[in-house]
Design a protein around this ligand. Structure first.
Ligand code: MF3
Ligand code: CO
Ligand code: CO
Length: 260
């Protein structure tokens, strides 16, 4: 795992802002009737226009520029000409932007029209769990504390934490060590947060069980029981006394009922 300095943090701030701007920009287009293919195209064009590169394209053979994951899709949904958003869907859009060799990795949920109370609660709890786990990050804290906060909060609400995917170190490498598990894992007791660490927190939380399967396309992960899955992601850096979120919405667009 690499440690990053002041100059690196300046670059990460820039790419993080562009990634967040991309989600801010796409927000107005995320409505019933749009195809995930068109959303992907808009994200590609916006990123290019602003001097960035979409990291997912061709990454380990991934065929599109972002991941769009609807309802029971946990992550890695592939944008598709024949897939349209419908009223009542909950949708995750995950963008990873490269600027000047640095990565900004972030995702948000979008509620399409009339969404069930259960789905709304899932989305809010997932966001709050991510933000609460970020708020405890500072030098000296065990990496395992992040998973503890997320798991406790989500399981108390009756939801489950996906085990098969995790957050990751990032910076100038898309996916680096450490693995940031979103449930309590004793092996992460030994990793202590330090100034200069850069990683993502990206919990995937389900209404039913956490078990998943991967579709024949080798990417799209779905819940086995058909339950809903929500996810948010920020790229963060550990500072001298706390934490900096690189991928915060510049327009303050994502303002759910975040409470400690
Ligand atoms: N953005 C995802 C993450 O949070 C990774 C997507 S890899 C892809 O780590 F190839 F599916 F795009
Ligand atoms: Co990530
Ligand atoms: Co991501």
């Amino acid at each position: 795992m690499k440690l990053y300095d002041k100059n690196d943090f300046a670059k990460l701030r820039k790419v993080g802002a562009l990634a967040a701007d991309t989600l801010d920009y796409i927000t107005d287009y995320v409505v019933a009737g749009v195809s995930t293919y068109d959303l992907d195209k808009l994200i590609y064009e916006f990123t290019k226009k602003n001097g960035g590169i979409c990291a997912p394209f061709n990454y380990m053979g991934f065929p599109k520029h972002c991941c769009i994951s609807i309802n029971d899709v946990i992550c890695h949904g592939i944008p598709n000409k024949h897939e349209f958003l419908n009223d009542g869907d909950i949708v995750n859009i995950d963008v990873t932007t490269i600027l000047d060799g640095y990565y900004g990795d972030t995702s948000r949920m979008f509620n399409i029209g009339n969404v069930s109370d259960e789905a709304k609660e899932l989305v809010d709890i997932t966001y709050n769990a991510m933000m609460n786990s970020i708020s405890i990050c500072k030098p000296g804290v065990k990496l395992s504390e992040i998973g503890k906060v997320i798991q406790t909060m989500c399981e108390d609400a009756g939801f489950s934490v996906v085990r098969d995917f995790c957050g990751h170190g990032t910076g100038t490498i898309f996916h680096d060590a450490p693995q940031v598990l979103h449930y309590y894992a004793p092996e992460n007791d030994k990793i202590i947060l330090k100034e200069g660490m850069v990683f993502t927190i990206e919990p995937m939380i389900n209404t039913g069980d956490w078990q998943m399967y991967v579709e024949d396309n080798d990417w799209t992960a779905r819940t086995i029981d058909g339950g809903l899955s929500a996810q948010f992601e920020h790229t963060i850096g550990i500072t001298k006394n706390g934490v900096e979120i690189f991928t915060k919405s510049q327009r303050g667009l994502y303002k759910p009922p975040y409470k400690k």
